[in-house]
Write a protein that binds this ligand. Structure first.
Ligand SMILES: NC(=O)c1ccc[n+]([C@@H]2O[C@H](COP(=O)([O-])OP(=O)(O)OC[C@H]3O[C@@H](n4cnc5c(N)ncnc54)[C@H](OP(=O)(O)O)[C@@H]3O)[C@@H](O)[C@H]2O)c1
Length: 316
């Protein structure tokens, strides 16, 4: 895959103006801006911010009202699955749901302890729990929440997911992963999608994204707004250091916020079929929608950004 995908065909936009892409071999047409629901995990989980019930309900509806049709969640995101099921099951035909498996979690008085365990009973329990919480008969996409090719194969877990698909409990199977596990997972040639982290501040998976797209599998990018970058409410010093060191403020076009720049950089990646941006802030959601409608950054700006990241930060 090269960078010359060319301008987006206007017919690849939904009625609400959000760009659409085909999610690899699933054939599903998804909005290039998806929604990551980890922030809706609720109280006694982790982090300091807690979204209350009325805000979660309003927020989830505003995601669908904007036309976003792809939502990522997980059994170990606290209340997220239950909230999606409770508030959006009446609109189930408006979105695809991607959840995960391999998740073991224990609710303590003040926090949620989470782990990933590659055993059949865990995966089977996760699926049943997700179907119930999401109030649905079928999970569109079930992703291993990590794991390596050898373990997943040895423990019969890939066959287990293929069996779920045969029984109509899931439509597609995928994996959320990163280097160094990705090449072996791609080589299995069994996954319909790969969820992979990427942003201009953390571009290490650039080539992997292209390889996945070339293999025909679907590409789901997480971390696509670089956790909000320097303007985030929850600051990420390591990512901010990259922004500063590369001097990216110098490259910001007039009127473009840092978050918009970050998101549009990710959307410019030729393999970006959808990026599941997480936010619980209605204003940020609107900003992200506007940024997505504005589309990819100009190619010359992408080239300049990449040059700075390479020369000043050693990032490829
Ligand atoms: N291993 C895995 O499978 C895995 C790991 C991590 C995440 N995920 C999935 O990927 C999703 C996204 O991941 P992520 O949260 O790590 O990355 P992300 O989407 O890049 O970052 C989300 C953060 O960015 C902030 N943000 C979003 N839009 C913004 C804007 N316009 N301006 C300023 N800040 C903004 C959000 O805060 P506000 O709420 O304040 O907007 C939130 O804290 C998750 O929800 C989850 O579904 C999967």
């Amino acid at each position: 895959m090269n960078d010359s995908q060319g301008p987006e065909n206007p017919s690849t936009r939904a009625g609400n103006g959000l760009p659409l892409r085909t999610l690899g071999r699933t054939g599903a047409v998804v909005t290039q801006l998806g929604y990551g629901s980890m922030g809706l995990r609720g109280p006694r989980t982790w982090g300091v911010r807690v979204v209350d019930e009325p805000s979660a309900e309003a927020f989830l509806h505003s995601v669908l009202d904007a036309g976003i049709n792809f939502i990522d969640t997980s059994p170990d995101y606290g209340l997220a699955e239950e909230r999606i099921g409770c508030y959006l099951s009446g609109r189930r035909d408006e979105f695809l749901i991607a959840t995960k498996c391999g998740c073991v979690y224990t609710q303590h008085a003040d926090h949620l302890e989470i782990d990933h365990v590659w055993q059949r009973e865990v995966i089977e329990r996760n699926l049943q729990t997700s179907l119930r919480r999401l109030r649905t008969d079928v999970i569109d996409l079930l992703q291993f929440h990590g794991g390596d090719a050898q373990t997943l194969q040895r423990n019969g877990l890939i066959d287990l997911l293929l069996g779920f698909r045969q029984r109509g409990l899931i439509r597609w199977l995928g994996v959320s992963s990163k280097l160094p596990m990705l090449p072996d997972l791609i080589a299995l040639d069994v996954f319909d999608t790969f969820q992979i982290p990427f942003s201009c501040l953390a571009p290490e998976h650039d080539l992997m994204l292209r390889q996945v797209a070339d293999s025909g599998a679907g590409v789901i990018i997480r971390g696509g707004v670089a956790q909000g970058g320097p303007d985030a409410e929850i600051q990420r010093p390591a990512l901010n250091a990259v922004w500063q060191q590369a001097g990216l403020d110098d490259l910001l076009p007039a009127g473009t916020s840092r978050a918009e720049f970050l998101l549009r950089y990710t959307l410019s990646h030729p393999a970006c079929q959808t990026t599941i941006v997480g936010t619980c802030n209605p204003q940020h959601l609107q900003e992200n929608i506007a940024a997505t409608k504005a589309g990819p950054l100009p190619p010359e700006l992408i080239r300049q950004t990449r040059r700075r990241l390479q020369q000043r930060c050693g990032l490829e």
